[in-house]
Design a protein around this ligand. Structure first.
Ligand code: ATP
Ligand code: MG
Length: 783
């Protein structure tokens, strides 16, 4: 039996110890939040290496974000004096990139292929639509980009997609054109990274056999959020199907939590867990039931909430920590007041409770909520940092700079060409670009190569642009990365341009930061370590140590990628990450999605209102409502010591004031774990049953709150008492009554909320949908 004497293992509980020291074979750890899944996964790698069960080169670990990958590598280096370089630890995209770089010829890509992030992809689709005169009313570029990404996620090339109706056939045609465009330009989007490397493994027996032999240990964190293609990719690496049964070479360890599956909307398949158990004949299923993260008031809240979901695999979580402080609940009158309350509580935590800034997180359901909180923190002088939203590498000025750099590497990259051909402005108008696009299409070449075909003044200006880029390429040949970027910023007049702009100072600062980012990319192991792809080794053994600054090595030619190309890859992958790098000591603001896998001493969850959390798009279907609940479960379980929940009566969102009622999720939390800082008012559930007494409007009222008339959800409030109906109010409005509004026309009242000047009604208008109206303002007349 494994002994816990090793310093690696002393702090593990018996189930964790069993998982870390599992014999070879496939295993699934299915366990709730904070039970140590990620810790077990990391410790297992260390244990395998320490005990000679594996060499670094035989380990492949998939994490959810680049940040998590870096942390894992850092922890392993701290635990063991091993050469971490040989391990493949990264996100799916990062690992696919590595594979494709190493075998770009077999994959049919140029070695310097560039990666399109989501923004670039959309820009590329837009450009394509314009060129081919696609009606963007009927086929919105955004939808098309979605369609393409979806197809790729299901492993479908244009030929594989079934097109029954003319709409779908048109989309398939655009997908086909888009593929050709990307191939011509030498660029791949995120979906393509995954699909192309899957196909590479699938179609090359020799290569597949090599990697299967090599990666004796495959470990996957957050397995519940893998999609179909990612799972198929893992299977290619793990083994072959022989006679319908899986013959795996190595051992696959998957860890996950079905209750934290929050990416179904993007194609994640929680069913991969069951498939994994079946297809791999998993013998070892381990449950971890002890939560090490949170006090019991927090954990009880999470457990109670998630118990309202019906589709669960079923797990328990307990903690030996005490109850801790109750979960504080606050009702604000406005989003501004909510933010102010958060700031007051945060200051209190910092001052009296000794919390560190970075140990406090404010979580929200949608990015738009951050602005108000940011300005409250800013005004109070509390340092903060926003994750997600526009990340560094997605900022316009950074994208412009990167586009120039990409053109140096690959002039065929039309997306980059189009982005900067007239930026900073150099007199090349939309019309000239159209002429160029037509010329390039007619000649079947890139925009860059098509310039010479454009006549007149436009041709002269375009020629000057090409000369600029060509000149820059010649000037920077052989320079180090920092000098290349400095030279580029100067020659292109990017910095000079922003000097003249009103808000240019920030942008110039960011461009400066780009130089720093490049610098640290080169000096940190970042470039050397993460980017190395080991050359094929016939025996599957560890490759010899690399010389300093190795770069990415082409497995066939031994050619290495330039630091510039490697940096551009890094930038594109970072832009696709859900989380940013660890920052200064600041309060952390992020969406709930981005908080997955993280933990903080204090957590605030704002905007807990119907329509926001659960999100209005999600509230009408049981499956999506359950996903919202899992999202809430993720949010709650990020907290170690303190949890704060808040909602607001009014909120400015997308330029409109909305009157919101408290989220139904409050009614699913155990009263004993909560402390209401403001009086608890009529609940969502009571309101819903209030209007649901079997009258004609009940079903529509329920639908507008997202309830199906029957099913698991109705049980949630079935036991709650129906509040007694008071005498009819003076205005004569009640649910079900037909009203007239001067702007919106005729409608029907669905619900009433609040009292006095705060009283508001939810009214369904035939032509304008449901709205919440403040009665003291909206002039409603009873019809
Ligand atoms: P999530 O589902 O949120 O990703 P997880 O299951 O991956 O959570 P970890 O992040 O690995 O959980 O662990 C949660 C916290 O508990 C971490 O701070 C970790 O260091 C700590 N922890 C895990 N196991 C133990 C243990 N046996 N003793 C003490 N602390 C532990
Ligand atoms: Mg984890």
């Amino acid at each position: 039996a494994p002994s816990a004497a090793s310093p690696l293992l002393v702090h593990l509980n018996p189930e964790q110890l069993a998982a870390v020291t599992l014999p070879a074979g496939h295993a699934l750890i299915l366990a709730g939040a904070g039970s140590g899944k990620t810790r077990v996964l990391t410790t297992r790698i260390a244990w395998l290496l320490q005990n000679g069960h594996a060499r670094p080169g035989s380990i492949l670990a998939v994490t959810f974000t680049n940040k998590a990958a870096k942390e894992m590598v850092a922890r392993l280096s701290a635990m063991l004096p091993v050469h971490v370089r040989g391990m493949w630890i990264g996100t799916f995209h990062g690992l696919c990139n590595r594979l494709l770089r190493a075998h770009h010829q077999a994959a049919g890509l140029p070695q310097t292929f560039q990666i399109l992030d989501t923004q670039d992809q959309l820009a590329a689709v837009k450009r394509l639509c314009k060129q081919h005169n696609v009606d963007d009313e009927r086929f919105a570029p955004k939808d098309l980009a979605h369609f393409i990404a979806n197809c790729k996620e299901q492993g479908l090339r244009p030929n594989d997609v079934q097109g029954q109706d003319s709409n779908t056939r048109k989309k398939i045609e655009i997908y086909q054109l888009y593929e050709e465009q990307c191939q011509r330009e030498g660029v791949v989007d995120f979906g393509e990274l995954m699909l192309r490397s899957y196909e590479l493994l699938r179609d090359n027996d020799h290569l597949r056999a090599h990697y299967q032999r090599r990666f004796a240990h495959i470990l996957v964190d957050e397995f519940q959020d893998t999609n179909q293609l990612q799972y198929a990719w893992l299977k290619q690496l793990a083994g072959n199907v022989v006679d319908g049964r899986y013959q795996a070479h190595g051992s696959v360890l998957a860890v996950g939590d079905d209750d934290q599956s929050i990416y179904a909307f993007r194609g994640a398949r929680v069913g991969n867990m069951a498939d994994f158990v079946r297809e791999f004949g998993v013998q070892q299923q381990i449950k971890l039931e002890q939560n090490y993260r949170s006090y019991s008031h927090i954990l009880d809240s999470a457990n109670a909430l998630i118990s309202h979901n019906s589709s669960r695999l079923g797990k328990n979580l307990r903690t030996t920590q005490g109850p801790g402080e109750p979960v504080r609940v606050y009702e604000a009158s406005s989003d501004l007041a909510e933010a102010q309350w958060m700031v007051d509580e945060i200051k209190q935590l910092l001052r009296s409770d000794g919390f560190e800034h970075r140990e406090i997180a404010v979580l929200y359901r949608s990015n738009a909520q951050s602005r108000v909180i940011e300005s409250a923190l800013f005004n109070a002088g509390v340092p903060y940092r926003v994750y997600g939203g526009l990340r560094f590498f997605e900022r316009a000025e950074i994208k412009h700079a990167l586009a120039y750099l990409r053109l140096l590497e690959n002039p065929q990259d039309d997306t980059s060409f189009a982005r900067v051909v007239n930026f900073p402005p150099r007199g090349i108008g939309a019309r000239s670009i159209e002429v160029l696009q037509d010329a390039a299409r007619a000649a079947g070449c890139s925009l860059y190569d098509g310039v010479s075909a454009v006549p007149g003044k436009a041709g002269i200006n375009l020629g000057a642009f090409v000369a600029l880029v060509d000149g820059l390429r010649a000037q920077t040949r052989g320079l180090n990365l920092r000098s290349i970027i400095e030279q580029m910023l100067e020659s292109t007049r990017l910095v000079a341009h922003f000097c003249t702009e009103k808000e240019g100072a920030d942008r110039i600062e960011n461009l400066q930061e780009l130089i720093n980012a490049a610098e640290s990319f080169v000096t940190q192991e970042g470039f050397g370590r993460d980017a190395v792809a080991l050359p094929l080794d016939e025996h599957g053994g560890a490759a010899p140590p690399k010389p300093p600054m190795p770069g990415i090595v082409d497995a066939d030619t031994g050619e290495t990628l330039s630091p510039l190309a490697a940096f551009l890859t890094h930038a594109a992958l970072e832009a696709g990450d859900n989380q940013a790098q660890a920052g200064q000591n600041a309060v952390q603001l992020m969406t709930v999605h981005a908080s997955k896998g993280l933990e903080f001493d204090g957590v605030f969850i704002g905007g807990m209102e119907e329509g926001l959390f659960p999100h209005e798009n999600a509230a009408s279907e049981r499956d999506t409502l359950e996903e919202e609940r899992r999202l809430m479960y993720v949010a709650i379980t990020r907290a170690r010591r303190r949890l704060y929940l808040s909602h607001s009566q009014t909120r400015m969102l997308h330029g409109q004031t909305r009157y919101n009622i408290r989220s139904r999720f409050f009614d699913e939390l155990p009263e004993a774990a909560l402390k209401w800082l403001t009086p608890k008012r009529q609940s969502f559930a009571a309101l819903a049953s209030h209007s649901g007494a079997g009258s004609a409007y009940s079903s529509s009222a329920r639908q507008s709150f997202g309830f199906k008339s029957a099913g698991a959800e109705s049980g949630v409030f079935a036991h709650l008492p129906v509040p007694p109906r008071k005498g009819a109010p003076a205005h004569g409005l009640a649910a079900g009554i037909a009203v007239f509004h001067t702007k919106f026309g005729e409608g029907k009242v669905l619900a009433l909320e609040g009292s006095g000047t705060d009283e508001r009604a939810q009214v369904h208008f035939a032509r304008h949908g449901s709205k919440w109206l403040l009665l003291s303002v909206a002039k409603l007349t009873v019809v």
